[in-house]
Design a protein around this ligand. Structure first.
Ligand code: SAJ
Length: 416
């Protein structure tokens, strides 16, 4: 199958880098997004969020004429759908963005196109997407066994790490699951345009599960570390030393505890497995619950460190969901600061986040929270809580800040 034009539906953290890297290989890419400011920014050659090297790729491709953005799909040889799949209600996957994308693409199909779902999806979502397209276009088919022309549908989950997206898009191995073997092969040919890793073929449901399983594996292992941190606290031992010692065993590799699990994937994807098989997915559900309950435990630790003060000053170091990035979305640190302020209205909270210039709205609105420098925040604070292991904090000695170790709650072990 010859692919000269690709429509990328959804120009977010995954869609835009994928569109830009394809366009850098001289594929003609039309990106589609429902947000007019995203479309305008990209057509100016700008990037609406921070990701190393992405701006260079987007700016270059727009200038070269291989990438442009618009608000509705146009005919193309292949489509990549990279829209959000959040959960709703009691952790039920919300496929409405996939359905909207399928229904937007259906009218521009001629038959013969390749359609790839990249969004992280619960088992069966790729088949559902195909069914929505065929429902809108009963003149097309999924296998071409009758006189109706076939469309080729596959799932290829993204696996790139925020902060390293432009590198990992090229170097990571990819899993491609086709609704048919032909669809998988066509999708492999498209990814081979920019991916230097291995491209492994399977069916769509196995590919969907592979992505969910990868993130659940990490979630379960982080939950193990978080549970150990609670047990170590009760036994009055240092969890960081404990993990370091245990990891000397050749077959043990315990991850690091923290204030909870953030980001848009690891805290969400395991629920898709729980939802698909609630009776069996006990370990996966419990791990989610352990990680989700960690922020409240951290709040209690801070409260007990300042219980002698009526109107304590608390320095909170870090708001991002992990080290050395500016991404504050779904961050346990942000949640901890907000809840701490709510539960302790007389406390003054000085937040240090070297990667942003302003507090997010729900924190900026509170009179008892302010964004300050590290030195200002820790100066005569009644307690200091480390919420993110940014290099900017690791590089400082607590002694230089005049910190009393008994008044530090170090959720990331940066100063041990
Ligand atoms: N965390 C810990 N302790 C650890 C490791 C991480 O508390 O030892 C926390 C982090 O601080 C953060 C959260 O877990 O709050 C998630 O961070 P992460 O670096 O583990 O992962 P993400 O969310 O940035 O990206 C993950 C990656 N998946 C895996 O490593 C299996 C990435 O490859 C995926 O592409 C991405 O999810 C995604 O989009 O699904």
């Amino acid at each position: 199958m010859e692919i000269n034009t690709v429509g990328v539906i959804g120009l977010g953290y995954i869609g835009l880098p994928t569109a830009a890297i394809l366009a850098s290989k001289d594929v003609k890419v039309v990106g589609v997004d429902v947000n007019p400011s995203t479309v305008e920014a990209i057509n100016r050659g700008d990037v609406p969020f921070v990701e190393p090297d992405l701006a260079t790729f987007v700016g270059g491709a727009v200038q070269h004429g291989t990438l442009r953005a618009t608000d509705r799909p146009e005919p193309a040889d292949a489509f990549i759908i990279a829209v959000p799949t959040p959960f709703q209600g009691d952790h039920e996957p919300d496929l409405s963005y996939i359905q909207a994308a399928a229904e937007a693409v259906a009218p521009v199909l001629d038959g013969g196109e390749l359609l790839i779902l990249e969004s992280t999806s619960p088992p069966g979502a790729t088949q559902k997407m195909a069914d929505w397209i065929i429902a809108a276009r009963p003149d097309l088919s999924l296998d071409g066994t009758d006189s109706r022309p076939a469309i080729h549908v596959a799932h290829c989950p993204e696996r790139v790490l925020p902060g390293r997206v432009m590198i990992e898009l090229v170097t990571n191995d990819r899993i491609v699951g086709g609704l048919t073997p032909a669809a998988a092969q066509f999708a492999k040919d498209l990814y081979a345009v920019f991916c230097q890793g291995e491209i492994l073929l399977t069916d769509a449901v196995t590919a969907e599960m592979a992505k969910l399983v990868e993130n659940s594996f990490r979630d379960v292992n982080i939950a193990f570390a978080n549970e150990l941190s609670l047990i170590a606290d009760k036994l009055d031992i240092d969890v960081w030393e404990l993990i370091q010692l245990a990891n000397h065993h050749p077959r043990v590799n315990i991850l690091q505890p923290g204030p909870g699990v953030g980001g848009h994937c690891i805290a969400v994807d395991p629920w898709f497995i729980v939802n698909a098989d609630p009776e069996q997915a006990n370990l996966i559900r419990t791990a989610r619950e352990v990680n989700d309950s960690k922020p409240q435990w951290v709040i209690e630790q801070i409260e007990s460190a300042v219980e002698a003060h009526d109107a304590p000053t608390i320095a909170a170091l870090g708001l991002a969901f992990k080290a050395d990035i500016d991404d504050l979305r779904e961050s346990p640190a942000r949640k901890i600061v907000a809840e701490l302020a709510d539960q302790n209205p007389t406390a003054r909270i000085r937040v240090v986040e070297p990667h942003v210039d302003a507090l997010p709205p729900e924190l900026a609105n509170r009179r008892n929270i302010e964004l300050t420098s590290l030195v200002e925040a820790t100066d005569s604070a009644d307690a200091t809580v480390v919420l993110v292991d940014h290099a900017a904090f690791k590089d400082v000695e607590p002694d230089d800040l005049g910190l009393d170790p008994s008044r530090v709650v170090d959720t990331r072990g940066v100063w041990r």
